[in-house]
Design a protein around this ligand. Structure first.
Ligand code: ZN
Ligand code: ZN
Length: 301
């Protein structure tokens, strides 16, 4: 397993007895990526047994309380646990102000360095095998969607082809994997000659709160896992427009237009005692739609 997506909180605005406020964890290798941090996120992380990783990156979409009021509590717990490894937080500028104001009022300063980076549309962070980018969305205040893309080899190495070509094991194969040309017994071997089947590169996009708009379709294009604002049923479209949210149908239209692999409806209004109709109306447009519950997870193979 390469990683795991865990839905920690799937409600929007207010929590319900079964749904917490927005937060999604992405475990990728030895790193933890947290997208939004609604109240109770730290407890949901414990329930999901995600564990606080050495490399911990937090991406906040916007300054509405349902998306970040869990952050001070989470940082306080990590301080009480004596964490020393840094935490990287990304989001609108006010997130930094918020933490700088609130943390001294409620406890001791964090026991670890907190690095903050203000985001704007475009690439926001790059690791050895991934890129995270952001897109300003259409909400009532400044808000961002985030996209995680695995980067790296697009093909598997074909051992049978390599053997047939007489390529020995070890360092020479590593060089081919890196894209170098090598020479064996006077014969030039190119990476294409040992190329196997295509390797799927994982991608994940979380829209945060937003109305649908054309640039969002480009941004989520071909993503494997799309988590989309789906606050309302289409019968409540006027409210969606007023509050800067999407209906399940609008989420499905974006998923379809962007040819994503799967759509996960998220930020469900607490008004729907039974949110099944959201799933039903979205599935009529985009069949690979899911309605995750809190603590549901997707294993990335
Ligand atoms: Zn919200
Ligand atoms: Zn909001």
């Amino acid at each position: 397993m390469r990683g795991r997506v865990v839905f920690l909180g799937t409600s929007g605005g207010v929590p319900t007895l079964t749904r917490n406020l927005p937060a999604i964890a992405l475990r990728w290798g030895g790193s933890l990526f947290l997208f939004d941090c609604g109240e109770n996120t730290q407890k949901q992380l414990m329930r999901a047994k995600v564990g606080f990783k050495k490399s911990f990156y937090i991406f906040i979409t916007h300054m509405h309380g349902d998306h970040l009021l869990g952050l001070p509590g989470l940082l306080m717990t990590l301080t009480l646990q004596g964490r020393r490894d840094p935490i990287y937080i990304f989001g609108p500028k006010m997130v930094k102000t918020f933490l700088e104001e609130i943390l001294p009022l409620v406890g001791s300063p964090p026991s670890f360095p907190v690095f903050f980076r203000e985001v704007s549309s475009g690439e926001v962070f790059r690791g050895s095998n991934f890129i995270v980018s952001a897109l300003r969305t259409k909400h009532t205040i400044e808000s961002y969607a985030y996209r995680f893309d695995e980067v790296g080899r697009e093909f598997y190495f074909d051992d049978k082809k390599a053997e047939a070509l007489g390529i020995p094991q070890g360092e020479i194969r590593e060089r081919l994997l890196k894209g170098e040309h090598i020479t064996i017994n006077g014969k030039v071997i190119t990476p294409e000659m040992v190329r196997g089947s295509k390797r799927r590169l994982f991608s994940f996009t979380y829209t945060g709160d937003t109305r649908p708009f054309p640039e969002l379709i480009d941004f989520v294009k071909n993503t494997e896992v799309l988590v989309h604002d789906s606050t309302f049923l289409s019968s409540d479209i006027e409210e969606a427009e007023e509050s800067g949210h999407s209906t399940a149908v609008e989420a499905a239209n974006t998923a379809k237009a962007a040819s994503v692999s799967s759509l996960y409806l998220f930020h469900i209004s607490a008004r729907y005692k039974d949110p099944k109709p959201l799933l039903n109306e979205a599935r009529k447009i985009f069949s690979k739609t899911f309605l995750p519950k809190d603590l549901d997870m997707i294993e990335i193979r």
